[in-house]
Design a protein around this ligand. Structure first.
Ligand code: NAG
Ligand code: NAG
Ligand code: NAG
Ligand code: NAG
Ligand code: NAG
Ligand code: NAG
Ligand code: NAG
Length: 342
């Protein structure tokens, strides 16, 4: 627990009531809860854990029991099967789901054994990229390789840059012959890489590929009344467009129109829901490694007035989530002692 003291005069209070801008589709809490339930329901009966579901639960900040159980199952499954029985893309999803759970994918422990899932991913990605470079096709799919590059990039591991360069070339060669899902996942991976590289020629190539994918999506949305690909690719398409504004600027995205398409559909497939949920709350897979991983902090909060009127001084000690804005402290204090902290 970190302790800090906050003391200030009354005048400061007025400046704090700023608003936080809504991002993404700004779905209602009811819709999010409904979709979370539908996504979890079939998964609860399943033997094999689904890392996409854990990732989605973490991105919508679900803290229920199922999220904890699923994390445990994911670790066990990774230790049992990652090396032998998983494709590169599946390992990548495991890495993303662990990052989003504030776990270190380099040390995954279960059954008294520890594995380095990032190293396994690097090795599998290298094999995919080698095959792509020699034969023009990967061992699995370009969608998988996109997941690989994204997970390696977010885990701050090596190998993502060369994978992204190969992806960019494929995107520019094949254009909309590639499925929307593939292009969207590639866009997320390339965006991560673009932000982490200083090499001018790499950045230029990625920029061209990202410009192509995003403008292609915007064209398609305009042509098809909001739909990009089909209803099941909307989740990833929304995630991609939400995180790539710089590549289609100054063009604007009519996100409300695309969100409307999603709102009107009654999703009932776990996987589709897992991909659409993050976008509904303004998150994308790019946020997987940036979630708040700290717990509560204690704040000693004092209000004093030594200036005019009746002098006063009041102290209170409140617990709030780490990273909270000051307003949260004020609101918590008000809840605990409404007669004093108004
Ligand atoms: C987002 O949704 C909340 C509650 O549903 C609403 O109060 C708020 O105005 C919405 N914001 C935007 C930008 O649509
Ligand atoms: C969640 O887990 C806690 C502790 O294991 C238990 O007390 C609680 O009843 C569980 N809640 C649900 C909804 O299953
Ligand atoms: C993207 O690239 C493909 C292949 O080069 C091309 O056919 C397509 O027109 C491009 N799309 C956009 C929006 O630039
Ligand atoms: C999902 O919804 C479709 C109609 O939108 C329905 O035909 C199908 O049976 C539903 N599937 C499940 C698993 O509920
Ligand atoms: C905060 O308050 C508690 C109890 O009122 C006290 O024990 C603690 O030393 C204070 N911490 C700081 C940093 O002032
Ligand atoms: C409030 O806290 C401050 C700093 O810890 C301390 O100097 C002061 O005596 C406290 N006042 C009251 C009324 O407890
Ligand atoms: C962390 O949580 C605080 C509130 O608890 C929130 O204001 C902040 O945006 C969060 N940061 C991230 C990266 O989600």
């Amino acid at each position: 627990m970190r302790m800090l003291s906050v003391a200030f005069g009354i005048g400061v209070l007025l400046a704090l009531a700023g608003s936080t801008a809504a991002k993404g589709c700004n779905a209602s809490q009811e819709l999010v809860s409904k979709l979370v339930q539908r996504m979890e329901h079939p998964a609860k009966g399943s033997e094999t854990p689904n890392p996409s579901i854990l990732l989605a639960l973490n991105l919508v900040r679900d803290t229920g029991n199922y999220t904890k159980q699923l994390l445990q199952k994911i670790k066990e499954e990774a230790v049992k099967r990652a090396q032998e029985d998983m494709t590169s893309g599946k390992v990548a999803l495991y890495v993303l789901s662990l990052l989003s759970s504030c776990q270190d994918p380099r040390h995954v422990r279960a059954f008294g054994k520890t594995i380095d899932l990032v190293q396994i991913l690097q090795q599998k990605t290298d094999e995919e990229v080698a095959k792509l470079i020699t034969d023009g096709i990967p061992i699995t799919t370009l969608y998988s390789v996109s997941l690989d590059a994204l997970a390696l990039c977010l885990a701050r591991a090596g190998g993502y840059r060369v994978a992204s360069v190969v992806l960019a070339k494929q995107v520019l060669r094949l254009g909309d012959q590639l499925l929307v899902d593939t292009r969207a996942m590639a866009a997320l991976a390339m965006t991560c890489t673009y932000r982490q590289t200083d090499l001018q020629d790499v950045r230029e190539l990625l920029w061209r590929a990202l410009h192509n994918v995003t403008n292609g999506f915007l064209d398609e949305q305009e042509k098809n009344d909001g739909m990009i690909g089909n209803i099941y690719s909307m989740g990833l398409a929304l995630q991609a467009l939400e995180s790539t504004q710089e590549f289609y600027a100054p063009r604007k995205w009519n996100s409300a129109q695309a969100c409307d398409v999603v709102f009107k559909h009654d999703y009932n497939q776990s996987m589709a829901i897992a991909q659409v949920l993050p976008a509904l709350v303004g998150k994308t897979y790019l946020d997987a490694a940036d979630l708040n991983c700290t717990t509560d902090i204690t704040v000693n909060y004092t209000i004093t007035n030594m200036l005019q009127g009746r002098y006063f001084e009041h102290n209170i000690s409140v617990n709030v989530p780490a990273g909270s804005v000051l307003l949260k402290v004020l609101e918590t204090a008000q809840k605990e002692k409404p007669d004093i902290f108004r």
